[in-house]
Write a protein that binds this ligand. Structure first.
Ligand code: IPD
Ligand code: CA
Ligand code: CA
Length: 270
């Protein structure tokens, strides 16, 4: 990468958007003709289809040309090489269960990480044609307009996104206790079914916060840079920098972060 970091990152971000939107167009076209016989189970409740796999191939191929020195962390292809400095982190279709069942909330999520820190990210929510993107130092955007996290300062006026446990049920009880508490102390909770979209909604101020456990780097990496560049805060349930981990993930508009962390830490074994 050249010295003029901002220009390089900005150009890369443009390239990522084009690639995410091309993959999105493919996914949308396939949805129109998708048959449930094409669904496969990777493990319990962990669905995949040829659409996830083909979209990922298109994305990997195109990103390889955009920055040949970068490696890959991609949901559907564990055999791709990783590099020390730059890695692409790819979820070709976030919200596969929604996609397979015809529920219209699913997205392409692509991040570029430098030494394990996201520096550029794009989340393209296909059905609403909403392209969220950000690069380090450049701000966060939705379809060309600058976005910011919300200004609300209290949990009681917050709308939250979350994801329900669906394979790791060991923490179901604390999860449900926290959920019950937040039902009574916030404006409400939503479970759209695409973590990347949930995080993008925090970045643009629709949600004040989002939390989930058991997520993977490809679910959160693009969202991390997006929320940070929109003025928000991203941590683990303990309040630490998550790097690119989604294991215990919480992001917010920063203003309600401590109030939410207190509740999470109260209910969750740490
Ligand atoms: C899933 C979605 C979902 C979240 C799951 C993810 P996938 O990703 O983001 O909202 O609750 O934890 O695994 O499997 O559809 O790419
Ligand atoms: Ca995902
Ligand atoms: Ca996926």
């Amino acid at each position: 990468m050249s010295d003029n970091r901002n220009i390089v990152l900005s150009n890369l971000c443009d390239g990522i958007q084009t690639i995410a939107m091309q993959a999105g167009a493919y996914i949308k076209a396939q949805r129109a003709q998708f048959k449930s016989t094409s669904e496969e189970l990777k493990s319990f409740n962990n669905l995949v289809s040829y659409v996830d796999q083909e979209a990922e191939k298109m994305i990997v191929d195109a990103l390889g040309k955009l920055l040949p020195e970068a490696g890959f962390i991609a949901e559907e292809s564990s055999q791709l090489p990783q590099m020390e400095r730059y890695n692409w982190i790819i979820d070709p279709l976030d919200g596969t269960t929604n996609f397979i069942h015809g529920v219209p909330c699913f997205a392409v999520s692509i991040a570029l990480a430098e030494y394990g820190k996201p520096v550029a990210g794009v989340i393209y929510e296909i059905n609403l044609n909403e392209c969220f993107y950000a690069f380090e130092g450049g701000g966060a955007f939705l379809n060309g307009s600058r976005i910011h996290v919300s200004q609300r300062t209290q949990l009681k006026e917050a709308l939250l996104g979350t994801g329900f446990p669906y394979y790791d049920f060991g923490l179901t009880e604390p999860y449900l206790r926290l959920f019950a508490d937040l039902m009574q102390s916030t404006r409400g909770l939503r479970r759209p079914g695409s973590a990347a979209t949930d995080i993008a909604y925090v970045a643009c101020g629709r949600f004040e916060a989002f939390y989930e456990y058991g997520l993977h780097p490809w679910d959160v990496a693009a969202g991390i840079i997006l929320v940070r560049e929109a003025g928000g805060c991203v941590t683990t349930f303990m309040g630490d920098d998550p790097g690119i981990s989604g294991a215990r993930f919480v992001c917010s508009n920063a203003r309600i972060h401590n109030e939410l962390l207190e509740k999470i830490q109260h209910h969750f074994p740490l």
